[in-house]
Design a protein around this ligand. Structure first.
Ligand code: MG
Length: 175
């Protein structure tokens, strides 16, 4: 596999259904809410979108190819572990994360209080400074399934730069 010679950009997006009886995990942190995201893994749309953005930058397929939802090993998987694997793959390809920018589409819960811890967690997972992680929250103004509170989606872009992985900037906080 060719090593990265130039900076590369990638995009990712994901959507999961909100259902009763699941915990809500977004951006690698647990958010108190009466519903959670349905999925084979923990359903963390933010980490899935970021993972796909990195894979896009590497032109290395998608999250479903790397972690098939037919594989029992990934049932209930911590999406942070999956992302960490793709961050490691980025290093193997001679790259490191430059920056990421994420937009979360959710009607509820209000995400503002959770933006800072999500950013801290993402920065730790990506081995970048928090200044390299953007996260924005948007509602759908009541439109469609997301607007009705039946799903949450996330969009991400990532820049991958050639070069050695920088020294880890901070340890991931406990979940
Ligand atoms: Mg997903």
């Amino acid at each position: 596999m060719a090593r990265l010679g130039t900076p590369r950009v990638g995009q990712g997006w994901d959507i999961h259904r909100l259902v009763d009886g699941r915990r809500l995990v977004l951006g690698g942190i647990e958010i108190p809410f009466e519903r959670g995201l349905l999925g084979h893994s923990d359903g963390d749309v933010v980490l899935h979108a970021v993972t796909d953005a990195l894979l896009g930058a590497l032109a290395a397929g998608d999250i479903g190819q790397h972690f098939p939802d037919t594989d029992p090993r990934f049932r209930g998987a911590d999406s942070a572990v999956l992302l960490a694997e793709i961050v490691a793959l980025t290093g193997t390809r001679g790259g490191r994360v430059g920056n990421v920018d994420v937009t979360i589409l959710a009607e509820r819960p209000k995400l503002a209080p959770f933006m800072a811890p999500m950013r801290t967690r993402l920065a730790a997972l990506l081995h970048v400074d928090e200044s390299c992680v953007g996260i924005k929250g948007k509602t759908m103004e009541g439109i469609g399934a997301i607007g009705a509170g039946d799903a949450i989606a996330a969009l991400a872009v990532a820049l991958v730069e050639p070069g050695p992985r920088p020294r880890r900037v901070r340890a991931a906080p406990p979940r």
